[in-house]
Design a protein around this ligand. Structure first.
Ligand code: SF4
Length: 334
């Protein structure tokens, strides 16, 4: 695993107001006017823990919309600190010939795109300023100059569960490197919270979000795309700003557990390091504690599950996965 130094720049040059977003609440980092100083302070802070980072990651806001001089200074700061790889996240609408050239010239290692959905109605209803066509185009163009990751959401306003799984299936066939899966949670200071209070937005149940995220994870992992995050950062839970939306501090572990239950349901045997109680109860014979779970084993497991259960995402969310998600939702803490 590469050691990554994270620099969070909330709302930096975002210029937008997506209805679900409150980056300060989810990151625990306050927005600052002086981005360079803000980045430097965070870099210095992380360097007190270690002097040896493989990569630096600039997250939050809309990186490619930041003033170019500042972006170049941030690259220089990273390279001057001996960090060899740079990754950042940005919105698809900021990918153009200028930013692509810069990404190539400065040897940016990986760019994550906050895509969230490929449903144009969902994008519009949530205040995302681009279309699905533009988002896919941005991925295609990025892949010509560097590695690309995508960030997708579930349970957005006006989004249905199977469309999130279909989005993951679509991107799993592109040559991307990483994916993040974020279930929508309602944050206090957002328009989504107003829609929730008015009864316009009804958050999905935990079991439904688990099934959706499992379907997405299976598609990505079956194609060897690393899912590097499932669920909001812990800071969001700790902030007290979440008013609704099913989430869990161990969301990713529960999703993996659900996938393992599906695999064991097919007769598979696995080392089980997640929610043992639920797995042992349901499949006591299928847990082989001598094995070590590696990424390629996980890829095989996901390929098997995909071919058995995931040909149709509408069927998947109602079938065996839903059965196990229902069992898991009450055992999420043991
Ligand atoms: S999600 Fe990104 S683009 Fe949307 S308001 Fe938040 S920072 Fe801006």
């Amino acid at each position: 695993m590469p050691k990554i130094l994270p620099v969070f720049l909330p709302f930096a040059y975002c210029g937008n107001k997506c209805i679900f977003c409150d980056q300060q609440a989810i990151s625990g980092v306050q927005a600052e006017n002086d981005l360079l100083l803000h980045a430097e302070n965070q870099i210095n802070q992380w360097k007190t823990y270690s002097n040896n980072y493989d990569e630096i990651a600039f997250y939050g806001g809309n990186f490619c919309a930041i003033n170019k001089d500042i972006r170049l200074s941030l690259y220089k700061k990273a390279y001057n600190n001996g960090i060899k790889k740079i990754r950042f996240s940005t919105r698809p609408d900021t990918i153009n010939s200028d930013t692509l050239k810069e990404i190539k010239d400065y040897n940016i290692y990986l760019v994550e795109l906050g895509i969230q959905s490929l449903d144009d109605e969902v994008l519009k209803a949530n205040g995302r300023p681009y279309t699905s066509y533009e988002a896919v185009k941005a991925v295609e163009q990025l892949l010509k100059v560097t590695k690309c990751g995508v960030q997708l959401m579930t349970s957005m306003y006006k989004q249905n569960m199977y469309s999130s799984i279909d989005d993951a299936a679509f991107f799993s066939k592109m040559d991307i490197t990483t994916a993040r899966i974020y279930p929508t949670q309602v944050l206090k200071n957002t328009h989504l919270n107003k829609l929730y209070e008015q009864g316009e937005y009804i958050p999905s149940r935990l079991e439904d979000i688990l099934v959706t995220a499992a379907g997405m994870y299976i598609h990505f992992t079956a194609e060897n795309i690393k899912v590097i995050r499932m669920g909001l950062p812990h800071e969001a839970d700790d902030s007290g700003d979440i008013t609704a939306g099913a989430g869990h501090k161990s969301f990713g572990d529960i999703v993996i557990t659900l996938i393992m239950l599906l695999y064991m349901d097919m007769g598979g045997k696995v080392k089980f390091s997640g929610y043992k109680a639920a797995a042992k109860e349901l499949f006591p014979e299928n847990i082989n504690s001598d094995n070590i779970m590696k990424q390629d084993m996980m890829q095989d497991i996901c390929k098997n599950i995909r071919s058995k259960y995931l040909e149709d995402s509408k069927w998947f969310i109602k079938g065996q996965a839903a059965f196990y998600a229902d069992k898991l939702k009450n055992k999420a803490n043991n």
